[in-house]
Design a binder for this molecule. Structure first.
Ligand SMILES: Nc1ncnc2c1ncn2[C@@H]1O[C@H](COP(=O)(O)OP(=O)(O)O)[C@@H](O)[C@H]1O
Ligand SMILES: [Mg+2]
Length: 361
């Protein structure tokens, strides 16, 4: 078993080699740590930085064994890692951080909301349903309109449908593939916020300043940070995050998506047990960024300082927007991050831009 803190020269394994894995590998490299990445695509973004790329499916026992053999600790860039993969890594005596419990909770929206309410992290009202009849009953109980989401595997707004009348619930259930769903009461939010929080192996917790998030078609478009927020709101968010991380005995960075209601209360929308798109602003706007923070946490190092150095606007470059790279490269206010992905398919996250302004006093 690995001994913590991992010294420079140790190797961190990452399941998934997309942009998040790539930025984790960059951060690890800066701290003298190596990265080995497992991804089905040999040309994945992280392969350009990792010292080793294992090309395999996430559920492939041989690939997982090769990764475990090369690493002192394994983490992941997405939460839909098969449970069997985490069990295999544990059987191979490699440390996985965040742990299996955090993954299980974040993989299932019904378990997630049940867990959150159990630790006094408030959410919208919700009901689970596993059949068309149950879905109709749940919609009637909850009241329409309500939002139906598949319990598993949704992302970027996929796998969701608004149910305008309870009578439409059965059809919505079928349209979502007749899979187990959760129905949620609408959150009447004034804005969407997120807090990126980290917990170290010794239980220390640090939160970055709040981000204010703007979505388009279910995809994050822009984050403004630090979000304009009075101290009690910031404290409320930090307390919610701390309750979640402590209850999960969490190690690493987590993204906590929040709805701010008119009366100033915060509800948790969902948690992401990994570095998060709404934390990309920290790459240029904070003392230590979320990727370094995650590496520090899982390697058993102390957490770094999270204060903002600048007011930052992060804009995702989606699809062919990346073709503007020449213009952006010539813009002295734009800090440009390009993920090195080949095909700019519509909506695909190809890069992001951070624009900095001095902090207001
Ligand atoms: N209960 C809800 N009420 C109102 N809007 C919601 C609700 N749940 C989600 N949304 C909106 O849909 C977006 C995506 O939903 P989310 O649950 O975060 O799924 P994803 O995993 O796709 O990010 C949210 O950022 C928010 O804008
Ligand atoms: Mg979300």
């Amino acid at each position: 078993m690995a001994r913590f803190p991992l010294p420079p020269g140790s190797t961190i394994g990452v399941l998934g080699g997309g942009q998040l894995g790539w930025m984790l590998a960059l951060a690890a490299s800066r701290l003298g740590l190596n990265t080995a990445v497992l991804d089905p695509d040999p040309a994945c973004s992280a392969s350009r930085v990792a010292v080793r790329t294992v090309t395999a499916d996430y559920a492939d026992p041989e690939g997982l064994a090769a990764l475990a053999q090369a690493c002192d600790v394994v983490t992941f860039e997405f939460e839909n890692v098969p449970a069997a993969a985490v069990e295999q890594l544990a059987a191979l005596k490699v440390q996985v951080a965040p742990g299996a419990r955090a993954l299980a909770v974040a993989q299932d929206r019904l378990e997630e909301k049940t867990f959150l309410n159990g630790v006094h992290a408030p959410t919208v009202a919700f009901r689970g349903a596993s059949s068309a009849a149950e879905a109709a009953e749940a919609a009637a109980e909850l009241g329409a309109p309500c939002l139906m989401k598949t319990r598993r595997e949704g992302y970027d707004g996929k796998g969701q449908r608004w149910v305008e009348h309870a009578s439409q619930a059965a059809a919505a259930f079928e349209a979502l593939g007749s899979r187990p769903v959760i129905l949620e009461a609408p959150a009447d939010f004034v804005r969407e916020l997120s807090v990126i929080a980290a917990r170290s192996r010794s239980g220390e917790i640090a939160c970055f300043p709040l981000g204010e998030n703007h979505h388009e078609n279910g995809v994050l478009r822009r984050t403004h940070a630090p979000a304009a927020a009075a101290p009690p709101l910031v404290e409320q968010a930090q307390q919610i995050a701390a309750r979640i991380l402590s209850a999960l005995d969490y190690v690493g960075v987590m993204g906590v998506e929040l709805f701010e209601l008119k009366d100033g209360r915060l509800l948790v929308n969902e948690i992401a047990p990994r570095v998060h798109n709404s934390g990309h602003w920290t790459l240029d706007g904070c003392e230590v960024d979320q990727f370094e923070q995650h590496v520090r946490a899982i390697a058993g190092w102390p957490l770094g300082p999270t204060a903002a150095l600048a007011r930052t606007e992060m804009t995702n470059l989606l699809g062919s927007e990346v073709d503007d790279w020449k213009k952006l490269a010539a813009d002295p206010d734009a800090r440009l991050w390009l993920y090195g992905k080949g095909e700019p398919r519509p909506g695909r996250k190809m890069g992001h831009v951070n624009r900095l302004q001095p902090l207001k006093d």
